[in-house]
Design a protein around this ligand. Structure first.
Ligand SMILES: Cc1cc2nc3c(=O)[nH]c(=O)nc-3n(C[C@H](O)[C@H](O)[C@H](O)COP(=O)(O)OP(=O)(O)OC[C@H]3O[C@@H](n4cnc5c(N)ncnc54)[C@H](O)[C@@H]3O)c2cc1C
Length: 452
C-alpha cells in the first residue's frame, strides 16, 4: 500500500460544533433545523460527536452535498458535515483501489486518481455528490454491463451508534458489506471508503435524435450494443435523444468539445435554454409541446471523445425535482409508453425530458438493481411546477411493474410496500438492529422506508 497522500481538513483549533441553522436540499423540497452542526476532521472527533449525541438524547445524521431530493439526510438532531474528512488516504496500485475520506466530493476524484492512472468505472450525470452520500443512496450511471458506485466499494470504516470504529471489508465483518455499501445513512457514520477503480479511460460520445418507437422497442438490445446507452424523451414529441458512450484506452486521441461549443451546448442550450423553456411552459403551458418539439431539433447531434468524467457528467444549473424507478429491463418499453399515455390522458404539459438508463444486476441488499438487470426511468419537474400529481401517477405505473424507487429521489412508498420488493430487506433490517438498535441515526424518512 502506498502511503496516504492528503487528508483534507480544518485546523484542530476550529470548534467541532456550531449552532444549528436551517438546512435545505438541492431540490428545495426538504428543510430541516438541526440542533447542532458538527464538523469533525478526525475519526476520534466523529466518535466524540456520536457519544455526545447519545448523552444528550439527540439523533445524528451525516450529510453529504444535500443532493438527495428526499429528506433522507434531514435531521433535527446533530448534522455531521464531513467535508473536513476528504481526500486520498491510501492507494493500492496493484489492486487499483483507493481509500478516500467519506466527505470527498466526486468532483475531487479525477485530480486524485489521475496521477495513478485510475478512474471510476462508471458515473451518474453530475459530480457534485460526496462519495459517502452517493454510495449510501445507490447512485448509478448507465450501462447494461455496469453497476452503480456502491458495487465498487470494497471496504468501509464507520463509526457505529455505540461510538466504536467498525471496519467492514473482505476480512473483517464481511457479512455486513452488502448492507454498508448502500446503507441509506442508517447504519452509522461512514468515515472512510475504499473504491475499486479501473485504468483511466476515454469515452467516445455519440449523441443523436431518433424515433421514440424504434428506440423503445430495441431498448435492451441497444443498451447491450454499446458500453453506456441512455436516452431522453421529450414529452409531447415522437423523438428521443440517444447517447452512446464507448470506452477507449486512456491514451486514445482526445477530440473534446471545444470550449466555445461546450459553453453553447452546456451553459446556453442545456441549462439556459432549458430554464427559459421551463419558465415559458410554467406561465403558458399550452406552449410546452411546441417548445419540446423545437428542443428535439436543436439538442444533441454531436460526437466527441474525452476523459471519462468529462463525458459522464455535466453541470445541472436548472433546479428541478426528480423521481426515478428501476424496473426489470424487459419492462422499460411498457413503462415509458404508460408514462406517455398518462401525460396524454391528463393533458399535462411536461417541459422536462424523461431519462431512461440501464444497469447490470448487483448484490447490495438495498440496491435498486439487486438481483436483476434493470432499466431506470426518471421523471422531472421544474421547481416552479407542482410535481405531486405527475410523480404519484408515474409511481403507480412503476409499482405495478415491480419498480423500486431510487432512495435519494422523490417517492411515496413506505417500509410495508418496499419490503416485498427486496429479497434481502429483512437482512438489512437485522444489520440495522445490530449496528443501531436505539436508532441514533434515524430520521422521519428512514422511519418511513425502513420502519421504526
Ligand atoms: C442534479 C442532480 C443529479 C443527479 N444525478 C444522479 C444520477 O445521475 N444518478 C443517480 O443515481 N443519482 C443522481 N442524483 C441523486 C444523488 O446522486 C443522490 O441523491 C446522492 O445521495 C446525493 O449525494 P450527497 O452527497 O448529496 O448525499 P446527501 O443527499 O447529502 O445524503 C444522502 C444520504 O447519504 C447519507 N450520508 C452522507 N454522508 C454519509 C456518511 N459519511 N456516513 C453515512 N451516511 C452518509 C445521508 O445521511 C443520507 O442518508 C442526482 C441528484 C441531483 C440533485
Amino acid at each position: 500500500m502506498t502511503a496516504a497522500t492528503a487528508r483534507g481538513g480544518r485546523t484542530a483549533s476550529t470548534s467541532l460544533f456550531s449552532p444549528g441553522r436551517e438546512w435545505t436540499n438541492w431540490g428545495r423540497v426538504e428543510r430541516a433545523h438541526p440542533a447542532l452542526i458538527a464538523r469533525p476532521t478526525t475519526i476520534d472527533q466523529v466518535v466524540a460527536v456520536v457519544r455526545m449525541a447519545r448523552d444528550r438524547g439527540l439523533t445524528v445524521k451525516a450529510v453529504g452535498a444535500g443532493h438527495s431530493f428526499t429528506a433522507i439526510a434531514a435531521t433535527d438532531g446533530i448534522l455531521v458535515d464531513l467535508s473536513g474528512m476528504a481526500g486520498l488516504l491510501a492507494v493500492d496500485e496493484r489492486l487499483r483501489r483507493v481509500t478516500v475520506g467519506a466527505g470527498t466530493n466526486l468532483s475531487q476524484l479525477p485530480a486524485l486518481l489521475t496521477p495513478f492512472g485510475l478512474a471510476l468505472e462508471n458515473m451518474g450525470d453530475i459530480d457534485r455528490q460526496t462519495v459517502a452520500g452517493a454510495t449510501s443512496t445507490g447512485t448509478h450511471g448507465t450501462g447494461a454491463n455496469f453497476r452503480g458506485l456502491a458495487a465498487q466499494i470494497t471496504a468501509a470504516v464507520l463509526v457505529t451508534a455505540e461510538g466504536t470504529v467498525l471496519h467492514v471489508d473482505a476480512g473483517r465483518n464481511a457479512e455486513l458489506l452488502p448492507a454498508v455499501r448502500l446503507g441509506l445513512g442508517a447504519l452509522g457514520i461512514v468515515v472512510e471508503l475504499t473504491i475499486q477503480c479501473v485504468p483511466a479511460f476515454l469515452l467516445n460520445a455519440v449523441e443523436h435524435p431518433e424515433g421514440f418507437d424504434e428506440v423503445l422497442d430495441e431498448f435492451w438490445a441497444r443498451a447491450k450494443s454499446v458500453d453506456h446507452f441512455e436516452f431522453y424523451w421529450w414529452p409531447h414529441t415522437d423523438r428521443v435523444m440517444t447517447k452512446r458512450n464507448t470506452r477507449l484506452p486512456g491514451d486514445a486521441p482526445r477530440h473534446p468539445v471545444s470550449p466555445i461549443a461546450n459553453f453553447v451546448e452546456e451553459r446556453v442550450m442545456s441549462n439556459g435554454a432549458l430554464a427559459l423553456m421551463c419558465r415559458l411552459g410554467h406561465v403558458a403551458p399550452a406552449l410546452t409541446p411546441g417548445i419540446n418539439r423545437l428542443a428535439t431539433r436543436v439538442y444533441g447531434d454531436r460526437e466527441y471523445t474525452d476523459y471519462s468524467h468529462e463525458v459522464f457528467t455535466a453541470p445541472r444549473n436548472v433546479r428541478f425535482r426528480e423521481m426515478e424507478y428501476a424496473v426489470p429491463h424487459r419492462a422499460v418499453p411498457e413503462a415509458v409508453r404508460a408514462v406517455r399515455a398518462l401525460i396524454e390522458k391528463n393533458d399535462w404539459r411536461i417541459s422536462f425530458p424523461v431519462e431512461v438508463r440501464a444497469a447490470a444486476s448487483d448484490d447490495n441488499w438495498l440496491s435498486t438493481a439487486q438481483g436483476r438487470a434493470s432499466g431506470y426511468i426518471a421523471v422531472h419537474r421544474h421547481v416552479s411546477d407542482d410535481y405531486v400529481p405527475y410523480f404519484r401517477e408515474v409511481e403507480a405505473i412503476m409499482r405495478d411493474l415491480d419498480g423500486r424507487p431510487h432512495w435519494g429521489k422523490i417517492h411515496f412508498q413506505d417500509a410495508a410496500s418496499l419490503a416485498p420488493r427486496y429479497e434481502h430487506f429483512a437482512n438489512f433490517l437485522a444489520a440495522r438492529d445490530r449496528l443501531d438498535p436505539e436508532r441514533l441515526f434515524a430520521n422521519p424518512y428512514l422511519t418511513r422506508v425502513l420502519g421504526a
